[in-house]
Design a protein around this ligand. Structure first.
Ligand SMILES: Cc1ncc(COP(=O)(O)O)c(C=O)c1O
Length: 374
């Protein structure tokens, strides 16, 4: 039996515009002789940077000088360059939501950077808990490198930080004079309602650093993201870069494809993802019963589920994989790897039919686990 996977935040192959992208590739490559025979430099493809500045203006209402953007190898490189810039002269500790993207957690662990996890709820990082953490660290003589936050469509919980909390975060960062690295990987993957502006749009101070991606709304395989920072932080980020710049070919083709249809592309991609989200949420609510709490994210690619206390997510995963469905264990996303009874389901990649079949398989796996527990 083929395993239906809800484990990874891949995107939707059904809305990837393969023919139009091939045409864009042909048009872009024709003009690239000089650009491909020279190194791209720290900032990367100028026209893509201009387009991304416009994207941020349209979405977040913030004016960005394209010279303040560095195109990166996905937003993961944007995050690592940003964190490394903030480490200069500060302690090897970051303050972050206690549930966080597993790739960032692994990066912090591999770099020997400690993590101070802050509790979060459906409005994102809790500001009382953040204030307490910053006061405690200051009391211990610690100067954390930064606050690293996934304020919008938090991975894994899907939480969106409210505007009032964003303003409180900005104020706390100012009071403690601590840089903020905002990871807005899912910024355009948006389904319902209004969304508060990015922290970068709420605070013009150079302590705000902003990372964004083309992975989730376009394709992770193009490996394009960017970091935005204002001087003098910008120079610190640039100083961390030692890879001779981002991929010119991927940048040029992606720019050629998106330049006249960025928002059309985003609308088409989101409309299909919204159907997948609805199918997953409805299926999970029907199959898992009232004792499971199933999120209904306004954006992003993940549904976060709280299982009943008597269900061990690791045991459920074992049974589920044997029954042909996979998901991510909540503990992978916890800074101390002790999430409790949570699981995360990614809905971007599987088809609607697979989502229906996958939720049925998950429901029957849960019933098996509960039957054996009682
Ligand atoms: C919150 C967050 N940040 C960064 C990344 C890295 O994405 P990419 O490097 O593909 O832009 C991911 C990927 O899932 C993510 O969820």
């Amino acid at each position: 039996m083929d395993v239906i996977s809800f484990a990874t935040g891949n995107t939707n192959p059904e809305t990837f515009p393969i023919d139009a992208f091939a045409e864009a590739a042909k048009a872009a490559v024709a003009g690239l002789n000089v650009a491909l025979n020279t190194y791209p430099g720290s900032r990367g493809h100028e026209r893509l940077r201009r387009l991304m500045a416009q994207r941020e203006y349209d979405r977040e209402g913030v004016e960005i000088d394209p010279e303040h953007i560095l195109v990166t190898n996905g937003s993961m490189q944007a995050v690592t360059l940003s964190i490394e810039a903030t480490l200069e002269g500060r302690d090897r500790l970051v303050v972050l939501e206690e549930y966080c993207y597993v790739g960032s957690i692994r990066y912090f662990e591999s770099m020997g950077i400690e993590m101070a996890g802050v509790a979060l709820d459906e409005e994102g990082m809790r500001m009382d808990a953040l204030a307490e953490t910053l006061d405690r660290l200051a009391g211990e003589g610690c100067r954390p490198a930064c606050i690293y936050t996934l304020a919008t469509y938090q991975n894994p919980t899907g939480a969106v930080m409210s505007k009032s909390r964003r303003l409180e975060l900005v104020a706390l960062a100012r009071r403690h004079d601590i840089p903020v690295v905002e990871d807005n990987c899912y910024g355009d993957v948006h389904y319902d309602g209004d969304k508060p502006p990015a922290l970068y749009a709420l605070d013009p101070h150079p302590r705000q650093i902003y990372a964004c991606s083309l992975s989730k709304i376009f394709a992770p395989g193009v490996r394009l993201g960017y970091v935005v920072a204002r001087p003098p932080m910008l120079e610190k980020v640039i100083a961390r870069r030692n890879d001779a710049g981002p991929n010119t070919l991927a940048s040029a083709i992606t720019h050629e494809y998106l330049k006249d249809r960025l928002w059309n592309h985003i609308e088409t991609a989101n409309a299909a993802l919204r159907i997948k989200r609805d199918t997953l949420v409805t299926g999970l609510r029907r199959e898992l019963g009232n004792e499971c709490v199933v999120s209904n994210p306004a954006g992003g690619l993940f549904v976060w589920v709280r299982l009943p206390d008597d269900v061990d997510p690791a045991r459920l995963k074992e049974i589920a994989v044997a029954n042909g469905v996979d998901f991510a264990h909540g503990s992978d996303f916890h800074v101390r790897r002790d999430a409790g009874p949570f699981i995360r389901l990614a809905f971007g990649y599987p088809t609607v039919e697979e989502i229906k079949e996958g939720t049925a398989r998950l429901g029957s796996s849960l019933r098996t686990v509960r039957g054996s527990a009682s």
